[in-house]
Design a protein around this ligand. Structure first.
Ligand code: T46
Length: 134
Protein backbone atom coordinates (compact mmCIF):
# COMPACT_ATOMS: atom_id res chain seq x y z
CA UNK A 1 0.00 0.00 0.00
CA UNK A 2 1.31 3.42 -0.88
CA UNK A 3 1.65 5.66 2.18
CA UNK A 4 1.52 9.33 1.30
CA UNK A 5 2.75 11.89 3.80
CA UNK A 6 3.27 15.63 3.43
CA UNK A 7 6.23 17.41 5.02
CA UNK A 8 4.94 20.90 5.63
CA UNK A 9 7.39 23.79 5.58
CA UNK A 10 8.36 24.92 9.07
CA UNK A 11 8.71 28.67 9.48
CA UNK A 12 11.02 28.88 12.46
CA UNK A 13 12.67 31.82 14.14
CA UNK A 14 13.76 32.80 17.63
CA UNK A 15 10.08 32.96 18.72
CA UNK A 16 9.35 29.34 17.83
CA UNK A 17 7.86 27.39 14.96
CA UNK A 18 4.87 27.80 12.69
CA UNK A 19 3.36 25.65 9.95
CA UNK A 20 0.86 27.01 7.42
CA UNK A 21 -1.26 24.68 5.30
CA UNK A 22 -2.89 26.14 2.22
CA UNK A 23 -5.67 24.45 0.30
CA UNK A 24 -4.60 23.08 -3.11
CA UNK A 25 -1.01 24.16 -2.43
CA UNK A 26 0.17 22.13 0.52
CA UNK A 27 -2.61 19.53 0.37
CA UNK A 28 -4.40 18.33 -2.77
CA UNK A 29 -8.00 19.15 -1.86
CA UNK A 30 -10.16 22.00 -0.67
CA UNK A 31 -10.61 21.83 3.10
CA UNK A 32 -14.27 22.02 4.09
CA UNK A 33 -13.86 20.84 7.68
CA UNK A 34 -11.26 20.65 10.40
CA UNK A 35 -11.69 18.65 13.57
CA UNK A 36 -9.37 17.48 16.32
CA UNK A 37 -9.37 15.08 19.21
CA UNK A 38 -7.48 15.19 22.50
CA UNK A 39 -7.61 13.73 26.02
CA UNK A 40 -8.06 10.37 24.32
CA UNK A 41 -8.64 7.68 26.93
CA UNK A 42 -5.58 5.50 27.49
CA UNK A 43 -5.64 2.25 25.52
CA UNK A 44 -8.56 3.30 23.34
CA UNK A 45 -8.80 2.72 19.58
CA UNK A 46 -10.78 5.27 17.57
CA UNK A 47 -11.89 5.19 13.97
CA UNK A 48 -12.65 1.59 12.94
CA UNK A 49 -14.36 2.68 9.77
CA UNK A 50 -13.72 3.58 6.15
CA UNK A 51 -15.07 6.40 4.00
CA UNK A 52 -16.65 6.08 0.59
CA UNK A 53 -15.47 9.44 -0.80
CA UNK A 54 -13.90 11.55 1.94
CA UNK A 55 -10.26 12.56 1.62
CA UNK A 56 -8.36 13.62 4.72
CA UNK A 57 -4.98 14.69 6.08
CA UNK A 58 -4.19 13.68 9.66
CA UNK A 59 -1.69 15.73 11.66
CA UNK A 60 -0.69 14.96 15.23
CA UNK A 61 -0.07 18.56 16.28
CA UNK A 62 1.04 17.54 19.78
CA UNK A 63 2.18 14.23 21.26
CA UNK A 64 1.95 11.08 19.21
CA UNK A 65 -0.40 8.37 18.04
CA UNK A 66 -0.49 5.54 15.52
CA UNK A 67 -2.70 5.09 12.50
CA UNK A 68 -3.54 1.69 11.06
CA UNK A 69 -4.54 1.75 7.41
CA UNK A 70 -6.06 -1.28 5.74
CA UNK A 71 -7.03 -1.34 2.06
CA UNK A 72 -8.56 -4.82 2.31
CA UNK A 73 -5.41 -6.43 0.91
CA UNK A 74 -2.60 -4.92 3.00
CA UNK A 75 -2.26 -3.20 6.34
CA UNK A 76 0.22 -0.52 7.35
CA UNK A 77 0.83 1.36 10.59
CA UNK A 78 2.18 4.89 10.63
CA UNK A 79 3.24 6.74 13.77
CA UNK A 80 2.42 10.43 13.75
CA UNK A 81 4.69 12.34 16.13
CA UNK A 82 5.62 15.51 14.25
CA UNK A 83 3.31 18.54 13.82
CA UNK A 84 4.92 19.30 10.45
CA UNK A 85 3.90 15.96 8.92
CA UNK A 86 0.48 15.13 7.48
CA UNK A 87 -0.77 11.67 6.57
CA UNK A 88 -2.97 11.57 3.49
CA UNK A 89 -5.85 9.09 3.58
CA UNK A 90 -7.77 8.81 0.35
CA UNK A 91 -9.93 6.10 -1.16
CA UNK A 92 -11.37 3.01 0.43
CA UNK A 93 -9.16 2.63 3.51
CA UNK A 94 -10.22 1.16 6.84
CA UNK A 95 -8.51 3.29 9.51
CA UNK A 96 -7.92 2.92 13.22
CA UNK A 97 -6.16 5.39 15.51
CA UNK A 98 -4.49 4.00 18.61
CA UNK A 99 -1.55 4.29 21.03
CA UNK A 100 -2.33 7.93 21.76
CA UNK A 101 0.09 9.57 24.17
CA UNK A 102 -1.59 11.40 27.05
CA UNK A 103 -0.78 14.75 25.47
CA UNK A 104 -1.78 13.81 21.90
CA UNK A 105 -3.85 16.22 19.83
CA UNK A 106 -4.80 14.70 16.48
CA UNK A 107 -6.07 17.24 13.96
CA UNK A 108 -7.79 16.25 10.73
CA UNK A 109 -8.36 18.32 7.59
CA UNK A 110 -11.24 16.92 5.57
CA UNK A 111 -12.42 17.43 2.00
CA UNK A 112 -16.10 17.53 2.90
CA UNK A 113 -18.63 18.32 5.58
CA UNK A 114 -19.57 15.68 8.13
CA UNK A 115 -21.87 13.13 6.53
CA UNK A 116 -22.67 9.88 8.31
CA UNK A 117 -23.75 8.36 4.97
CA UNK A 118 -20.14 8.47 3.77
CA UNK A 119 -19.04 6.12 6.59
CA UNK A 120 -18.64 2.36 6.34
CA UNK A 121 -18.59 1.35 9.99
CA UNK A 122 -18.79 -2.42 9.57
CA UNK A 123 -15.66 -4.34 8.47
CA UNK A 124 -17.64 -6.96 6.51
CA UNK A 125 -19.40 -4.21 4.56
CA UNK A 126 -15.98 -2.62 3.93
CA UNK A 127 -14.62 -5.89 2.52
CA UNK A 128 -17.70 -6.26 0.30
CA UNK A 129 -17.00 -2.77 -1.12
CA UNK A 130 -13.32 -3.68 -1.66
CA UNK A 131 -14.23 -6.92 -3.44
CA UNK A 132 -16.89 -5.33 -5.63
CA UNK A 133 -14.54 -2.44 -6.50
CA UNK A 134 -17.25 0.08 -5.52
C1 T46 B 1 -12.02 9.68 10.58
C2 T46 B 1 -11.17 9.60 11.79
C3 T46 B 1 -9.70 9.86 11.49
C4 T46 B 1 -19.36 15.23 14.18
O1 T46 B 1 -20.47 15.61 14.59
N1 T46 B 1 -18.71 15.91 13.21
C5 T46 B 1 -17.50 15.55 12.73
O2 T46 B 1 -16.96 16.22 11.84
C6 T46 B 1 -16.87 14.37 13.27
C7 T46 B 1 -15.53 13.90 12.75
C8 T46 B 1 -17.54 13.69 14.24
N2 T46 B 1 -18.75 14.12 14.70
C9 T46 B 1 -19.41 13.38 15.78
C10 T46 B 1 -19.92 12.00 15.39
C11 T46 B 1 -19.76 11.21 16.66
O3 T46 B 1 -20.92 11.37 17.47
O4 T46 B 1 -18.44 13.17 16.82
C12 T46 B 1 -18.59 11.88 17.38
C13 T46 B 1 -17.29 11.09 17.27
O5 T46 B 1 -17.05 10.77 15.88
P1 T46 B 1 -16.40 9.39 15.42
O6 T46 B 1 -16.81 8.31 16.33
O7 T46 B 1 -16.70 9.20 13.96
O8 T46 B 1 -14.84 9.72 15.62
P2 T46 B 1 -13.56 8.83 15.26
O9 T46 B 1 -12.44 9.42 16.02
O10 T46 B 1 -13.83 7.40 15.41
O11 T46 B 1 -13.31 9.11 13.68
C14 T46 B 1 -12.97 10.39 13.21
C15 T46 B 1 -13.80 10.77 11.98
O12 T46 B 1 -15.19 10.58 12.26
C16 T46 B 1 -13.45 9.96 10.76
O13 T46 B 1 -13.99 10.59 9.61
O14 T46 B 1 -11.57 9.35 9.49
O15 T46 B 1 -11.59 10.45 12.86
Amino acid sequence: MEIKTFDFKIHGDSRGKLVAIETLRDIPFEVKRCYYMWETTEGVTRGKHAHKKLEQVLICVHGKCKILMDDGHEKAVVELNDPSVGLHIKGLIWREMFDFSNDAVLMVLASDYYNEEDYIRNYEDFMKCVESGE
